[in-house]
Design a protein around this ligand. Structure first.
Ligand SMILES: [Zn+2]
Ligand SMILES: [Zn+2]
Length: 334
């Protein structure tokens, strides 16, 4: 089979390798159908992730065919599946509750251990989620980032929500938030991304680079309170903006990965206005299944989010493209 391996910083090499041996008990082998390139994959590719460094086999946003199983399952060999890549110890209180993201031993397939660019991947049987025949492997790669959005938006419904950042996760948070009957205002620095956001249902778009964010927001809200801000960027400026713009008792949800540098913010206003802060990084098993259902029901427009599809043997080109051409999701298929 063909394997695409990150061999060094900025260097992907494809080669012919033997297929994987039979899985250990409780595990399965999934033959890759399609795999998405995540922003976090790019960080590792560029050598800016402090923990995960090359050489490495990446790919955590993936779907494919169940090739072999070692243990009881309702799924049969040949089933089409999408993979929840978050693996926990399996026996702590959080794993038992399906909250592997809180397990102290949690890791991500395609992060700490080999993922779907390898052509085949070892996956715990518990992490296999079947997909219907009318959902393509390429569309299914959107399920994993959608799970992040489902976890981020949580049970926020019938509120006025502002989302900072309209990259993949921001656009997915928008669609999940709209699905839960929220009014959604979005902010980004790219008119192209704001046009996509409009198409996907945002009620108001603001370009914070070319426009006056505070004024445009005030004019739009006309005194109506802003209940929730989802920050998919998390920089000094966006946190300052959020603290001064959110209603008293409002909710700030932080999902963007901040830079390493510490930054300061107005703790007094935060405290006196009783602003709540919630963070979001991964997702539960339930979030992942909800995400799969949303993508399957087309409540999430996966096709609009996929900018370009490459073949696995062209993975090097796919990473180069993702790095150099403005795009949303770049996917590699077998
Ligand atoms: Zn990802
Ligand atoms: Zn655990």
């Amino acid at each position: 089979m063909i394997q695409a391996k990150l061999t060094g910083i900025g260097e992907y090499i494809c080669s012919e390798v033997p297929e994987l041996a039979s899985p250990k008990e409780g595990w399965a082998v999934v033959k890759t159908g399609a795999v998405g390139i995540c922003g976090s994959d790019i960080h590792v590719y560029k050598g800016v992730n402090p923990v995960l460094v090359p050489p490495r086999i990446q790919g955590h946003e993936f779907s494919g065919v169940l090739k072999s199983l070692n243990g009881p399952s309702e799924l049969k060999v040949g089933a089409r599946v999408v993979v929840n890549p978050v693996v926990g110890c399996g026996h702590c209180i959080d794993c038992k509750a399906g909250k592997q993201y809180l397990c102290n031993e949690a890791y991500v397939i395609g992060g700490e251990v080999p993922g779907a660019f390898g052509g085949e991947t070892y996956v715990p049987i518990r992490n296999l989620v079947p997909i219907s025949d009318n959902l393509s492997f390429v569309e299914s790669t959107i399920v994993e980032p959608t799970a992040v959005a489902v976890h981020t938006v949580g049970d926020v419904s019938n509120k006025t929500v502002l989302i900072i950042g309209q990259g993949t996760i921001g656009l997915l948070c928008l669609q999940v938030a709209k699905n839960q009957a929220n009014k959604v205002i979005v902010v980004d620095v790219s008119d192209e991304m704001l046009a996509v956001s409009k198409k996907l249902g945002s009620d108001k778009t603001i370009n914070s680079r070319t426009g006056d964010l505070d004024k445009e927001l005030k004019d739009y809200l006309k005194g109506e309170p802003l209940d929730v801000i989802i920050d998919v960027v998390n920089r000094q400026k966006t946190v300052e903006f959020s603290i001064r713009s959110i209603r008293k008792g409002g909710l700030l949800i932080w999902v963007g990965i901040p830079l390493k540098e510490p930054f300061a913010f107005d703790l007094v206003t935060l405290l006196c206005n009783e602003i709540k802060i919630q963070t979001s990084y991964l997702y539960s098993e339930d979030d992942f299944i909800r995400a799969k259902n949303l993508v399957e029901q087309k409540a999430i427009d996966a096709c609009t989010l996929v900018s370009k599809v490459f073949k696995l043997k062209d993975t090097a080109k796919a990473f180069e493209y993702k790095e150099t051409v403005p795009s949303i999701k770049v996917v590699v298929e077998v």
